[in-house]
Every structure is written in structure tokens, then in C-alpha cells.
Design a binder for this molecule. Structure first.
Ligand code: MG
Ligand code: ZN
Length: 358
């Protein structure tokens, strides 16, 4: 993949207190404390997570269920309101509510979304779409065309180009001054909005051979949004940590967490150079009831646990979401607001507070 890492990094960075801050929200779908712990237990390097000092916890219940899903979870972050399970950008009474991107666009902000899933999947969709149910991918894609998101990189070509209603939303986006690429993370066009739809559905998982897409798409987005010299809101989703939990697949979980941590490294490097930025890292919920537990040798004949060995392993309680408190890590301007224990929708209000404080 041909990527320019240099052009905007060469520019002098002017961060004055008068400039509105940039916001980067990283969501590890299904990433609870045990998931994060796998980077400490199994990673070869010190995890980037260790660089945080401002840490808190969120309570994640939705209005309809104690154990939430990604739609209600992301909608709480994107709108500041808790809602029912499966809702995308809708209130608990099924009314559309403005997302943080819509609100910030009015203040002159740019926006960006990076996900491994289709761009129409629950987590990214909650930042620009308003539909009653997360499965309405084609409706969500219609909202994408209206959204004016400045930069996006994900999968989901199918919902724009190969729709049941035969509408060609790919062409519709191009008509709205987008440069689109469905092959690779090519250089962006600074005079246009830029969209990358690199898979029919979702991108491959790490175990299926995904290379450095998450880091490269993040860097590309940061370069583009920085070169435009306007404040931005950028959401980055590590989507498949959740899959590791649902599949109860320790290796998948581990590789996706390590990939998330690597991307976190890219972002932390960015905010060191651009201190007028707030980074918030959290999750919608935990998946799998994961623990870092004891390891046992398994008796080959009986299949039962035999001797305990002094090594940890990733254990799953089940293949579902869980209701544990979820860690929040913050760095940069306004990071101290994110300490403490609070509801998930407070993330939205704390971000706006950080933007408004001078
Ligand atoms: Mg997700
Ligand atoms: Zn899930």
C-alpha cells in the first residue's frame, strides 16, 4: 500500500490555547479489562496502554437491557443519551438525536471514522446515522451519503454499490466531492473528502491475514485531517476484539488487542506532536466474560484438566457480552475529566466539556 506519512508531518504545528482541540475517540469493541490485560500477559513489548495516567470506568447498561450491545453503546458515546439495544443514533423513544459529529460539523470541525467492519456496522454507524435497528445497513448507507464525513476507511462496499434497491451510492458519494478507493489506502485528495471501502463486507481479522490496515488508515486519516488545518473528531474502532469473545477464540482476541495497542501507539505519537488534542480510549462493553486465568495441562485421554502449570491463559465464561465496568483512558487536553466512575453517555458530555474549556 502506498501511503504518504511525511507531507503534513513536515509542517510546523501551531497549537495555541485559542485553537479548538482535536478529539480522537478509540473504541475497542468488546474490550474489557481482561482483554487489555492480554497485551500485558502476552505482548512482546510494554503495551502503549501503560502510558496513561488519567483512567476511569464507565457503567454500560442500555435503557432496555442491563447488558448492552454495540449499537446502544456507541449511541451513548455519540449522542450523550442512553438508548435501547440495537438503536443507531436514536433516543430511547426512537427519535433521531444529533450525533457529536453533526454537532461539531456546525462548529467547523472535520470528521473521520476508521473501522474494520462495514462502515454501516453499529459502532461507526452510530456516529452519523439514525435508524431504529442496527441491521438496516442499506438505510444506514443512505445516511452516510448525507453525513459529509470528511474521511472514512472501513469495509462495506456492498451496502453502497450492490444494494437490493439498485441505487448506486458509490457514485452518489463521488458526486458529493468524494475521492473513493475500493482497492487500497491510496494518497488522499486534499481538496476532496476521502473514503476508503476496502472490503465487500468487513475487513479480514488478524488471523485471516489483515496486515497493518488499522495503523495505516489511522495515520492516513490523521495526516489528511491535520493537513486541512481545521479541528477534527476522529473515531477509530478496533472492531474484532468483540469477535474474539463471541468466538471464544483466545488467539483471535490476543492478536486483535495487540493490533489495537499498536494503533494506540500511532495515536500517542501523534498527540505528542500535536498537544492540542484529546485522546479517549474505551469500549462499548466486554465480550466473553474473559479472565486471565490459571493454565492446566489437559489429559489427552480423558480431556480433563490435570496438572496446573505456572502460565496464564485466556479463559472465557461464555460467548456473550457481559456487564462489567469498562475502563476509560484519556490523554491530552481535558484528560482529567475522564477520571472516576460514571455512565457511558457521560463520555459525550466530557468530550464537549473538554472542547469548551479554554
Ligand atoms: Mg463494533
Ligand atoms: Zn458483540
Amino acid at each position: 500500500m502506498a501511503i504518504c506519512y511525511m507531507s503534513c508531518e513536515e509542517k510546523p504545528v501551531q497549537n495555541t490555547p485559542e485553537n479548538p482541540i482535536n478529539i480522537i475517540l478509540m473504541i475497542g469493541d468488546g474490550m474489557g479489562l481482561a482483554q487489555i490485560s492480554t497485551a500485558f500477559s502476552f505482548g512482546e513489548e510494554t503495551p502503549n496502554f501503560e502510558q496513561f495516567k488519567d483512567i476511569g470506568f464507565i457503567k454500560t447498561p442500555s435503557t432496555s437491557h442491563t447488558i448492552t450491545d454495540s449499537a446502544a453503546g456507541a449511541t451513548a458515546f455519540s449522542t450523550g443519551q442512553k438508548t435501547y439495544k440495537r438503536a443507531i443514533g436514536m433516543s430511547k423513544d426512537s427519535l433521531p438525536i444529533p450525533t457529536i459529529i453533526e454537532t461539531l460539523h456546525k462548529k467547523g470541525y472535520q470528521s473521520g471514522l476508521v473501522s474494520l467492519t462495514p462502515i454501516t456496522h453499529a459502532t461507526p454507524a452510530a456516529f452519523y446515522a439514525h435508524v431504529k435497528d442496527r441491521d438496516l445497513h442499506e438505510d444506514i448507507a443512505l445516511d452516510l451519503v448525507k453525513s459529509n464525513i470528511d474521511f472514512f476507511a472501513a469495509g462495506g462496499l456492498k451496502y453502497l454499490k450492490h444494494r437490493t434497491d439498485q441505487k448506486d451510492l458509490y457514485t452518489a458519494l463521488i458526486a458529493k466531492n468524494y475521492k473513493l478507493d475500493s482497492i487500497e489506502l491510496s494518497k488522499y485528495d486534499i481538496n476532496k473528502k476521502n473514503g476508503y471501502l476496502l472490503a465487500h463486507e468487513g475487513l479480514p481479522s488478524k488471523l485471516e491475514g489483515r496486515k497493518a490496515f488499522f495503523q495505516e488508515a489511522t495515520q492516513l486519516g490523521l495526516n489528511y485531517l491535520t493537513e486541512k488545518e481545521k479541528p477534527f473528531f476522529l473515531m477509530l474502532e478496533g472492531s474484532y476484539i468483540d469477535w474474539g469473545g463471541h468466538a471464544m477464540d483466545a488467539e483471535l482476541l490476543k492478536q486483535e488487542v495487540l493490533d489495537f495497542d499498536k494503533t494506540l501507539g500511532v495515536v500517542l505519537k501523534y498527540i505528542k506532536k500535536h498537544p492540542n488534542t484529546l485522546l479517549v480510549v474505551t469500549a462499548d462493553h466486554e465480550t466473553g466474560g474473559v479472565s486471565i486465568g490459571k493454565s492446566y495441562l489437559i489429559d489427552e485421554e480423558t480431556g480433563e484438566k490435570s496438572e496446573e502449570i505456572d502460565k496464564v491463559s485466556i479463559n472465557f465464561n461464555n460467548d456473550q457480552h457481559s456487564g462489567t465496568l469498562i475502563p476509560v483512558f484519556a490523554k491530552g487536553k481535558g484528560a482529567a475529566h475522564f477520571r472516576g466512575i460514571y455512565e457511558n453517555n457521560e463520555i459525550y458530555h466530557k468530550i464537549l466539556k473538554a472542547i469548551h474549556q479554554k
